[in-house]
Ligand binder design. Structure first.
Ligand SMILES: Cc1cc2nc3c(=O)[nH]c(=O)nc-3n(C[C@H](O)[C@H](O)[C@H](O)COP(=O)(O)O)c2cc1C
Length: 184
């Protein structure tokens, strides 16, 4: 580990793809940089979690807890208790994939309560190499953050032109993501 320059931050890294592919490689580069800088990383893979859809019952608005007995509320609480939330995602039809949207919806149980995180960083990969392909992702994250006005979408890296699993290998964005982790 490198010499500590600053207070270590608690960073939760949410991997949303159900395959071990391009976005995961990008998120790992970020995590590697952040770990080297002395931060505390917790990785959560949505594919390993049980995450049911929000039913809209709104019981959480009275109780502060979700009625669904799965991993949703646990992940939501870890997110709000972190200093930094990193979202690692493929682009699906110009937007975030379903599991991440489901996670955002499940945060209805926690958004009225105090939260620690102030920064969100997003890493996204897509087949098409056009910057506008990521607009839906950035917009979805911004819309979710309307519920957390003290937090901001601080950094974003979108990598286009990567489709096959592992096609991102050797891409300069990996170094960029690692550098971002180091300078958080
Ligand atoms: C259901 C689905 C929808 C997709 N939609 C888009 C899209 O709208 N635009 C795009 O450029 N790539 C799209 N892709 C390609 C993925 O974004 C791309 O392969 C990405 O690198 C996958 O990341 P992963 O390997 O981490 O899963 C789609 C892939 C799938 C499976």
């Amino acid at each position: 580990m490198e010499k500590q320059q600053h207070q270590p931050k608690k960073i939760i890294v949410i991997y949303t793809s159900y395959r071990r592919g391009n976005s995961e490689r990008l998120g790992d580069a970020f995590s590697k940089g952040a770990e080297a800088a002395g931060h505390l990383i917790e990785k959560i893979y949505l594919r390993d979690q049980t995450l049911q859809y929000c039913t809209g019952c709104e019981a959480c608005e009275k109780t502060g807890h979700c009625v669904l007995n799965d991993d949703g509320e646990k992940i939501a609480r870890k997110m709000v208790q972190a200093d930094v939330v990193a979202l690692v995602t493929p682009v699906y039809f110009g937007n975030i994939p379903g599991p991440l949207k489901t996670l955002f919806d499940r945060m209805n149980a926690v958004y009225r309560q105090p939260y620690c995180f102030r920064k969100v960083v997003v890493f996204a990969t897509a087949d098409q190499n056009r910057p506008e392909m990521f607009d839906g992702v950035w917009q979805s994250v911004e819309s979710w953050l309307l519920a957390f006005p003290e937090a901001e979408l601080a950094e974003r890296i979108g990598v286009g032109g990567v489709n096959r699993r592992g096609e991102i290998e050797g891409h300069p964005a990996l170094r960029q993501a690692e550098a971002l982790g180091r300078r958080l």
